[in-house]
Design a protein around this ligand. Sequence first.
Ligand SMILES: C[S@@+](CC[C@H](N)C(=O)[O-])C[C@H]1O[C@@H](n2cnc3c(N)ncnc32)[C@H](O)[C@@H]1O
Length: 269
Amino acid sequence: MIVQQLASTVWDANLYLKFADARMRPALDLMGRLDPANGRRPGHAIYDLGCGAGNISRVLAERFTESRVIGIDSSDEMLAKARMQTPDKRVTFAKGDLAAFKPEAPPSVLYSNAAYQWLPDHIDLFPGLMRRLPSGGQLAIQMPRNHDAPSHALMHKAAEAGPWRDKLAGIGGIARVHEPARYYDTLKPLSSELEVWETIYQQALTGKDPVAQYTASTGLRPFLEALDPSERTAFYETYARMTAEAYPTRADGITLFPFRRLFIVARRA
Ligand SMILES: C[S@@+](CC[C@H](N)C(=O)[O-])C[C@H]1O[C@@H](n2cnc3c(N)ncnc32)[C@H](O)[C@@H]1O
């Protein structure tokens, strides 16, 4: 089953959604810091940057009932799913690359959950995003910062542990997310209020190879995509064995997967 799912070389919307609950919590924690007044600016829109299947875009629309919500993503598969699952006409989706994002309507909020870590040099884009906001508007970004965890180190260890070694040499996975203070220093000159914080979530996963399945839809993808189907299966199984040892299943069937995330909420001066 997992091997069939991994055969997709595009964003696998189904695999990603399997963990929607565990991933929804940080999205809501970020949303909790948004100012309701930013949902009541006539002619403005709340943007969900890297919206994926639109799960969070729909929650933004429920919470900010007077605002348009526009989801942007580069994946046709994710956008198709988002459109199919979103009957609310206040929520629209458009294809776009976050590296070259230009809003079609003036933004009151630029919100992004778990997307900018895919862009190298994403920090250089953030001042430009701030400048697109009106005074009082908010930039709200959440990114995983878990690259020091065993789940990430084991990707590289598994990459070196088989005949696929040469094909996987040099694959970096997700771009490094910097120290929190670096984002603070970058955004402070443009902000009237600025919060930067980290939370480590003790994610409670269930099922077979839960940590490997979790990362298969995110950080492990560049490794899987570099291999042909038979090698992909063997590589995945090697990685799954390693993660099962590092993250043992508890007596109640739960596997705890500690996961660090960085949050940034900046209000435009
Ligand atoms: C981990 S998903 C997060 C989806 C959604 N924000 C959520 O929290 O459910 C990351 C999303 O970022 C999108 N993405 C990655 N790089 C992108 C880029 N350069 N431009 C636009 N979208 C991008 C992917 O297509 C994917 O849908």
